[in-house]
Design a protein around this ligand. Structure first.
Ligand code: ZN
Length: 87
């Protein structure tokens, strides 16, 4: 995972977004989580995205053992990317 090599520089919002699902699913390493949390601590926009998306993903995951259709997930991400790049 490239993001770990970039530990000592600011990661971009896109990189944060790309790793969002790993973070929410608690699949990422402690190091990855730290990098993301650091970014979120100063980037309000990503914090909002993490908060809303993370909560939604958890709800979906905890509700029923069903798979989120890939198309929905892809649309969600492209939507988020649009939001993030529209500064
Ligand atoms: Zn950000």
């Amino acid at each position: 995972m490239d993001i770990l090599k970039m530990k000592h520089r600011m990661i971009s919002c896109k990189e944060v977004l790309a790793n969002l699902s790993s973070y929410v699913d608690e699949e990422g390493s402690a190091e990855l989580r730290q990098v993301l949390e650091e970014h979120i601590s100063w980037c309000r926009r990503c914090r909002v995205v993490f908060d809303t998306t993370g909560r939604m993903m958890k709800i979906m995951r905890d509700a029923e053992p069903f798979d989120v259709p890939l198309g929905v997930s892809a649309r969600l991400y492209s939507r988020l990317e649009t939001v993030l790049s529209g500064e």
